[in-house]
Design a binder for this molecule. Sequence first.
Ligand code: HEC
Length: 135
Amino acid sequence: MKYSRYLFVFSALTALFSGIRCSSSPYIQGEILYSNFCESCHMADGSGLGAEIPPLAGADYLQNNPDKIACMIRHGLSEEIIVNGVTYNQLMPGIEVLSDVEITNIVNYINQAWGNNYSTVTLGEVRAQLEACKH
Ligand code: HEC
């Protein structure tokens, strides 16, 4: 009897904490993945690197091309693009080890970090984009 009461309290607490963890962890996973896979080029504050690497913080390209970002992360990008009025024609390598879920979390992180207030994407939307640009 006593034991089952403890069990109840324990599972209630576990449910509570895992609920809290679940609601914040996609953003945190996105942040960790960003620092592992993107930060070396785009910088921790998303400011990019001069004429070589475009910024993500405050980037109009990121805001205006939500349907392209997942494919760009997986397959890379090497075409002329204009970000905040500056033309870039560089190479971003694709990162094929990232799963669909990880890409979703990274996209949502960069869309909300550094004061960006860009729309978020769902896993379903990212999967549809990745399916469409599959090689
Ligand atoms: C090796 C350096 C490098 C890495 C690593 C890298 N990028 Fe890029 N990224 C670039 C370059 C260079 C461009 C511009 C490509 C072009 O000119 O076609 C770019 C372009 C972009 C753009 C579109 C332009 C803009 O600024 O809005 C986004 C979004 C982006 N990168 C996000 C990411 C994310 C997210 C990651 C990590 C998953 C990442 N990049 C990793 C170099 C990199």
